[in-house]
Design a binder for this molecule. Structure first.
Ligand code: GTP
Length: 563
């Protein structure tokens, strides 16, 4: 398994080193091929030698293109096919003079200078670290129709934790402004009448992230014709002029995440060609994707269990092992039934591909794969895998972990504390007088408040913190490496920030406060005990006047209101 992170080294120079290593190895391979072919021509057919020749050609076909020798890769592929066809024809395969000549021609192809490997857009994109938020920092930019006031929408969406602004100016001016905003994932909400113009400007942009900015249409006309027209113009979502806010917020988050270069993932790569594996490793790592390289298929199951990937990328021929059989074997284990398995192979015959797919994998990426294509293909598949996982394990209103999973996280953190001796806290959070919000403004606005709290927590907490929706308006947070004093300070800030949010319902503004109870996980025998303690601290906080934070075991002096 390659452990080093590509981010720490100079990726381009390491890729150049790999190209050189490939060229040296390929020259040796070609010499061997030539020697074996000469032997067969002179001494007759030998099954073992033929298999070795085909395996070497197959390896060249799959890797040469990646290292800047596409012509060599293509020629090796067609020679491998020719020899295999001869072997399959049962005419007593003979390695002909023609085959030897073709092998000699491969050597000249290797001697010509490699094609410069284009810096792909997807590779060139930096994996910008957006400020320490739990999720993405999402900017919503509203492009209004003339004489339409969308300030109310900007205000309402701000309560969901988005950075919202109504844009003024021409289409070109707006897109120019958006192009200068970095460090955020932007989603455009656009009035139907302006979509054509805005789309034109997006398409014309020289910046890839701008061209890929998602756009949601806001339209008065919700007829089939209108929806069809907006879809044809390229809109990614469609809502009426007064959209259902939780639904719109959900769509904005989905689109921002889907398009973001920050969509990362975890990939197990099974590849027996070391240069190729290292190349893929570097390319994927430099795009922010975690990779675990498995060279020996015997280690595959144990690496899957410890690394827990989003997807499995696997070569189809791995020395004596078949990737197709390995895929079937992976599916023996019920926990990997839904793991997307993608073959990375130089097999380009559609029938053979389909046959291989029918035995347990989901898709083929045909080698050679360009670096940018590999990154995009892996990113989108990791995203889909995570979405599926999310659907199964996340609460639909908030996107946070479901009750049973967050409890499990508390248990796991306790085990980690025991092993490493670090402190950790668990926090129970509950909205104050929430029943009144529902009773006064209706359930829909109640949902909006719940969602705003979920966003506030996501935006304020570290990525390593775990957040779950414990019950209706109750949230449970697990904070690794955080003692109760630090947790108190953190949640005091969060409570203050949340109390300052303004919501709008029934034509009036209102605010909501929260209470939190904190307990030290490492003080308890089970995670459940720690959660109970945080719950008791929360109850104390409610009795002491709500709107603030109480640590379990605090005396009244320590638990006064924060604001
Ligand atoms: N809108 C909405 N309301 C919910 C949801 N889940 C639970 N609730 C409501 O949350 C309210 C919780 O009320 P209570 O447990 O009495 O607590 P409270 O009014 O917040 O009072 P304190 O916690 O004592 O400050 C109930 O009215 C539930 O119906 C939900 O998903 N959406």
């Amino acid at each position: 398994m390659i452990k080093d992170s590509a981010a720490s080294g100079d990726v381009s120079s390491r890729l150049a080193d790999l190209r050189e290593r490939f060229a040296t190895r390929a020259a040796e391979d070609l010499q061997e091929l030539e020697r074996r072919a000469q032997v067969m021509r002179e001494q007759g057919f030998d099954q073992a030698v033929m298999e070795d020749v085909c395996a070497r050609l197959h390896r060249l076909a799959g890797s040469a293109g990646t290292f800047g020798f596409p012509e060599l890769g293509e020629a090796a592929r067609s020679l491998e096919k020719m020899l295999k066809a001869q072997a399959a024809s049962g005419q007593g395969p003979v390695v002909s003079t023609l085959a030897v000549e073709k092998i000699l021609a491969l050597r000249t192809m290797l001697e010509s200078p490699p094609m410069p490997v284009a810096e792909d857009e997807a590779m060139a994109e930096t994996t910008e670290r957006l400020e320490g938020s739990h999720g993405l920092r999402v900017a919503v930019r509203i492009v209004p129709a003339r004489n339409t006031d969308y300030e109310w929408l900007a205000g309402a969406l701000a309560a969901y934790g988005f950075d919202c602004r109504v844009m003024a100016g021409t289409d070109a001016e707006i897109i120019q402004t958006l192009a200068t905003e970095t460090g955020v994932a932007t989603v455009i909400l656009c009035a139907d009448g302006r979509i054509a113009g805005i789309m034109e400007q997006l398409d014309a942009s020289v910046q890839e992230p701008v061209r890929r900015m998602p756009l949601v249409c806001l339209s008065e006309d919700v007829s089939f014709d209108s929806r069809y027209q907006m879809a044809a113009l390229g809109a990614d979502g469609f809502f009426g002029r007064s959209p259902d806010l939780p639904e719109l917020a959900e769509r904005i988050e989905y689109l921002a995440l889907e398009r973001s270069s920050r969509v990362q993932g975890r990939v197990v790569l099974v590849e027996d060609d070391p240069e190729l594996a290292e190349h893929y490793f570097l390319v994927l790592r430099s795009a922010g994707i975690d990779v675990c390289w498995v060279r020996d298929p015997m280690r595959l199951m144990s690496e899957l269990s410890s690394f827990r990937p989003d997807i499995l990328l696997m070569d189809v021929q791995l020395g004596p092992y078949s990737g197709v059989t390995l895929a079937r074997m992976v599916r023996f284990d019920p926990q990997w039934l839904s793991l997307p398995i993608i073959y990375l192979s130089s097999e380009d015959n559609r029938d053979n591909q389909l046959e291989a797919l029918s035995r347990g994998a989901d898709e083929f990426l045909t080698k050679p794969v360009s670096d940018g294509y590999l990154v995009r293909a892996v990113r989108i598949r990791c995203f889909r895998a995570r979405q599926l996982f999310r659907l199964m394990n996340r609460d639909s209103l908030t996107g946070l972990l479901k009750h049973s999973l967050i409890k499990l996280e508390a248990e796991k953190e306790l085990a980690r504390c025991r092993r490493d001796g670090h402190p950790a806290s668990v926090v129970m959070v509950d909205l104050d007088h929430f029943k009144e919000i529902n009773d006064t403004y209706g359930h829909r606005y109640g949902d909006m408040v719940i969602k705003a709290l979920a966003n506030t927590l996501r935006n304020r907490l570290r990525e390593t913190d775990m957040i779950g929706r414990y019950g209706g308006e109750e949230f449970l947070v697990v904070l690794p490496h955080c003692d109760t004093e630090a947790a108190r300070r953190l949640f005091t800030d969060i409570a203050d920030a949340f109390s300052q949010l303004t919501f709008n319902g029934n034509n009036e503004s209102f605010g909501v406060t929260l209470s939190a109870g904190v307990a030290a996980i490492n003080n308890y025998v089970t995670g459940d005990d720690a959660v109970d303690a945080a719950d008791q601290a929360l109850y104390q906080r409610k009795r002491a006047g709500r709107n603030g934070v109480t640590v379990f075991g605090d005396d009244e002096r320590n638990s006064g209101p924060t604001v």
